[in-house]
Ligand binder design. Sequence first.
Ligand SMILES: Nc1ncnc2c1ncn2[C@@H]1O[C@H](COP(=O)(O)OP(=O)(O)OP(=O)(O)O)[C@@H](O)[C@H]1O
Ligand SMILES: [Mg+2]
Length: 456
Amino acid sequence: MRLVDMQGRIAACSDAYCALTGLQREALIGQNLTVVYHPDAREQMLQIFKKGLQGGTLPEAEQLKMRLWDGRTIWLDIRHTHFATKDSEPYLWSSFRDISKIKQAQKIRRENEKRLRLLFEQAGDAIFLTPFNTDSRPGAIIEANDSACRRLLFSKDEISKLTPYTIIPAKFYEKLNLALKKLRSESTAVFQLQLMRKDKRSIPVEINIRRFTLDEQEMIVWIIRDITQRKQVEKRLKETSNQLRDLASRIQTVREEERTMIAREIHDELGQVLTVLKIQLSLTANKLLPEQQEVKERLQSTFGLLDSAVEAVQQISAKLRPGILDELGLAAAVEWQAQDFEKHTGIHCKCSLPSEPVALPAEKSTAVFRIFQEALTNAARHADADRVSIFLKDRMDKLVLEIIDNGCGINKTQINSPKSLGILGMRERVVVLGGSMEINGVPGKGTHIKVTMPRQ
Ligand SMILES: Nc1ncnc2c1ncn2[C@@H]1O[C@H](COP(=O)(O)OP(=O)(O)OP(=O)(O)O)[C@@H](O)[C@H]1O
Ligand SMILES: [Mg+2]
C-alpha cells in the first residue's frame, strides 16, 4: 500500500510495499513516486499516474508490467482510490500485488495450449471431439482438426454441424455401436470401417476412440487413420498369395497326373514286355536238348533276374502312384501304405479303418493319401517313434484322418517355421480343397495330426 500527495510525493507506505520495491521506508517517504522505477521507465510511469494526481479518475484496477529501480521486472495488480480527510489535501491511495507468478503460469499455459493446438492441427490423422452422451451415443462434433476437414472435404464450420452418424454409412452402425459399448466399459476401442466424404465417396479408415471427462462432461476423442493404402497393399498381397496357392495346387495336380501316367506306362508297358520275355525264354528253355544243360542253367539265372526286374517295376510304379488308390480306394491304400511302411521301418502301425469303402472324389483322396505319406515319412525321420496309430473316419459330411505317433513330439516353432515346407505342403493340400489340418505335439509323448476333408 502506498499513499502519494498531489505532487506525486510518497506520504506513507506499508512494509509490504518496502519489501516489494526492495527499498527502506526512509528512502521512500518524501520521494517522488517514480523513485522505485528504473530511470528508463520513470517518465512512462509518471504518465500513468498523472491523471490520478490531477484529481482525475484512474481505472479502479489494472495490471501493469513494471521495471523496478534495480532492474527487476514484475507484474503488478494495482488498485487506486482518492483519499482525503476534511482538512487535508487529497491523496492517491494505491495497493500493489505482485502477480508475476500468476502471469508466468498464464504464459506457460498459453504456450502449452498453442503447442497442443499445433499438435492437434498438424497431426496426420484426422482428429475430432464429441460429447459422449449418457445413452452411449456420441453428440455433434465440437472440434475437428485440419486433417479431418481435409480428408472429409468439409470446412470447419460444416464439420461442426455433423455427428459421427452423418459421416458413417448406416451399414456400419452396428460396428460403431459395438465399439461405443466397448468404450463404455473399457475407455478405449479400435475398429475399422468406411467414412463418407462430402462428395459421397467412401474412404477406409481405422478409428481409435478414447473416453475422457472434460468439465464434468464425458467426451470422446476420435483419432481416424486413412488406411486406403494399407487396404490396397493387403488386397494385392491377398491376390498374390491366392495366385501362388492356385499355382502350387496346379503344380500338385500336374505332378500327380504325370506320376499316374508314368506309373501306368512303366507298369503296363515295361511289365508286359518283361512278362512276354519271360514266356518266350521259358518256351525256348523247353526246347533245349538234354546235352545243352549249361545253357539251361544260364537261362535259369536269367529268369531270376527277370523276376527281380518285374518286382522293381511294380515297386517303382507303386511308389509313383499306388494303383490300389485308384482301384480299391483310400482306405485300402492307407492300409497298404501302413503295412509297407511297417515292413520298411520296423515301426509298428495300427490302422482303424471304416468297414465300407470310402467314397471321395479322386482329387481329395489323393490329397489325403499324400498327406498320410508325408506324415509317415516325418514320423520315421524325426519322431523316433516305435508305434503309429492311424484312424480313418468316414462321416456324413467329411472324412477325418488322424495319425498319432508316440515319438518326441513336434513343437510350436517347428510347426510354424517358414522352413517346414513339408508341413506347409500338407496344410496347403487340404486348404485348397476346403479342408483343414491340425497338428499338435506333446514333448516326449508324440505328435497328433488331424486332417479334416469335407465332402462338398
Ligand atoms: N512326427 C514328428 N515328430 C517330431 N517332430 C516332427 C514330426 N514331424 C515333423 N517334425 C519336425 O518338424 C519339422 C518340419 O517338418 P517338415 O515335414 O515340414 O520338414 P522336413 O521333414 O524336415 O523336410 P521335408 O518334409 O521338406 O523333406 C521337422 O524338421 C521336424 O523337426
Ligand atoms: Mg517332412
